[in-house]
Write a protein that binds this ligand. Structure first.
Ligand code: GLN
Length: 201
């Protein structure tokens, strides 16, 4: 039987509809049945095979996750893709956090919020990744300043790590400093392939 998979997109702010479309397109390319749900409250997390934390403002994500009582629940999800603010959320250690901000501390990476600086707040570039070349938007992007020994680097730009993944103890995390949902489905396909291959909960 063709088992159906469900992927959630945290839907407080950011490119929610773009991520939903990217997951649907990626699933179509992989010829798999995937449901996509917008996650706003606890009940939306039930039965998810994976979750996408989009870009936006990591301080706001933290506050809204706390308000909805889902911060701790998100930590239980086995497969998480975090882009930009979502990558900050995934990190064990984030520099330049606001004083009342916390991260999920799931992935063994250190990030520096807003590290590309003010003049350079946003830029676009052609990037080479281990999944292929693509156009990428960096919007007040964080720098990934350190990765743990189990973290695999998937792309660098100007010497900086901009994409990496970690698999350990049945958990899989994928962190991107840029916004793939605007230009490509390659990372969504990669994330879905990982979900399809993972042992069932
Ligand atoms: N600067 C934002 C933060 O600190 C991230 C920007 C983005 O997600 N595009 O959360």
């Amino acid at each position: 039987m063709n088992k159906k998979f469900t992927v959630g997109v945290l839907a407080f702010q950011g490119d929610v509809s773009e991520h939903i479309e990217a997951v649907k397109d990626a699933a179509k390319k992989l010829r798999k049945d995937v449901d996509v749900v917008a996650v706003r409250e606890k009940k939306d997390l039930a039965g998810l095979n994976g979750l996408i934390l989009p870009g936006g403002e990591s301080t706001t994500f933290y506050k809204l996750c706390q308000r909805e009582g889902i911060f701790g629940e998100i930590k239980k999800i086995r497969n998480i893709l975090g882009t930009c603010a979502g990558a900050i959320m995934l990190s064990k250690n984030a520099r330049n956090k606001t004083k009342d901000q916390e991260t999920l501390e799931l992935m063994d990476i250190e990030v520096a919020r807003n590290a590309y600086g003010r003049q350079n707040e946003s830029f676009e570039a052609e990037i080479k990744t281990s999944l292929g070349e693509m156009h990428a938007f960096f919007i007040r992007a964080p720098k990934i300043t350190r990765v743990g020994k189990n973290v695999k680097v998937l792309a660098k730009y100007n010497g900086e790590i901009i994409a990496c993944e970690e698999e350990s103890k049945g958990k899989y995390y994928l962190a991107l400093a840029f916004h793939p949902e605007l230009t490509t489905t390659l990372f969504h396909e990669h994330f879905l392939r990982r979900i399809f291959a993972a042992p069932r909960p």
